[in-house]
Design a protein around this ligand. Structure first.
Ligand SMILES: Nc1ncnc2c1ncn2[C@@H]1O[C@H](COP(=O)(O)OP(=O)(O)OP(=O)(O)O)[C@@H](O)[C@H]1O
Length: 235
């Protein structure tokens, strides 16, 4: 029996643009299970980032509810939301969002400073194969290395879930695969739930569960009978 980590109920997000209402996310309901590797797939503009930002407590919905381990985060006040974002969620973005004036290790140290319970930073840098780069600055690192710093930064906070917004979007194919392999390793070895959003459909093959979106709606949601090794993905 799998435990539900996140439950999304009738979630909608509308943006008012003058006279026009943009329905970015329309009445979504689904569940994310503990320990799963989930890929949310959809073309540009289908509402993936909007959904991820609301699940991560960075944005609020127009309608609907989100439960994290049976706590309704859409009811949280600002203090509880900050604690949720800080302690339960690790974010990974397409463009890494590292501090340019800090080394790899300092970027990770800064992130964990305000967290309750953290992992040993050297151990995590080792897990993402970056121990020998710990003292390098972002400008001295490749895109793939910078993304690995961002992963280490997110994982060190010991979050329950990693939310990744196009984590391979700025990388070439081979580097993208190496990042997917590391995310899979974090999923298995650190037992973290991982959610990736991407427009890159081959990535869905590695997921335990796939959620397909189009025009703000779920068009498919299925469990993958045989998730493949990221090595076998091609695009
Ligand atoms: N702050 C905003 N104000 C107005 N419209 C917005 C805003 N944010 C997103 N939208 C609109 O909502 C829709 C969904 O956008 P969203 O960024 O969630 O899609 P996406 O699937 O993540 O796309 P991409 O892969 O290009 O980032 C789009 O039509 C977008 O223009």
């Amino acid at each position: 029996m799998k435990n539900v980590l996140i439950r999304v109920e009738n979630l909608s997000k509308y943006y008012q643009m003058g006279e026009v209402t943009v329905k970015a996310v329309r009445d979504l309901s689904f569940e994310i299970y503990e320990g799963e590797f989930v890929v949310i797939l959809g073309p540009s503009g289908s509402g993936k980032s909007t959904l991820l930002n609301i699940v991560g407590g960075m944005d609020t919905p127009t309608k609907g509810k989100i439960f994290f381990k049976d706590q309704e985060i859409t009811n949280f006040d600002e203090r509880k939301l900050t604690s949720y974002r800080r302690n339960e969620v690790g974010f990974i973005f397409q463009f890494y969002n590292l501090m340019g004036n800090l080394t790899a290790k300092e970027n990770v140290e800064l992130a964990v400073e305000i967290c309750k319970d953290t992992l040993d930073i050297d151990e995590v840098l080792d897990a993402v194969n970056l121990l020998d780069r710990a003292d390098h600055f972002p400008a001295q690192m490749s895109g793939g290395e910078q993304q690995r710093v961002a992963i280490a930064r997110a994982v060190s906070k010991k979050p329950e879930v990693l939310l990744c917004d196009e984590p391979t979007g700025a990388l070439d194919f081979e580097t993208g695969i190496s990042i997917l392999k590391i995310l899979k390793k974090i999923n298995v070895e650190y037992k973290k739930t991982v959610v990736i959003i991407t427009h890159n459909s081959p990535v869905a093959a590695m997921a335990d569960r796939v959620l397909k979106m189009r025009s703000g709606k779920i068009i498919d949601y299925y469990e993958n009978p045989e998730p493949v090794d990221p090595e076998r993905i091609e695009w």
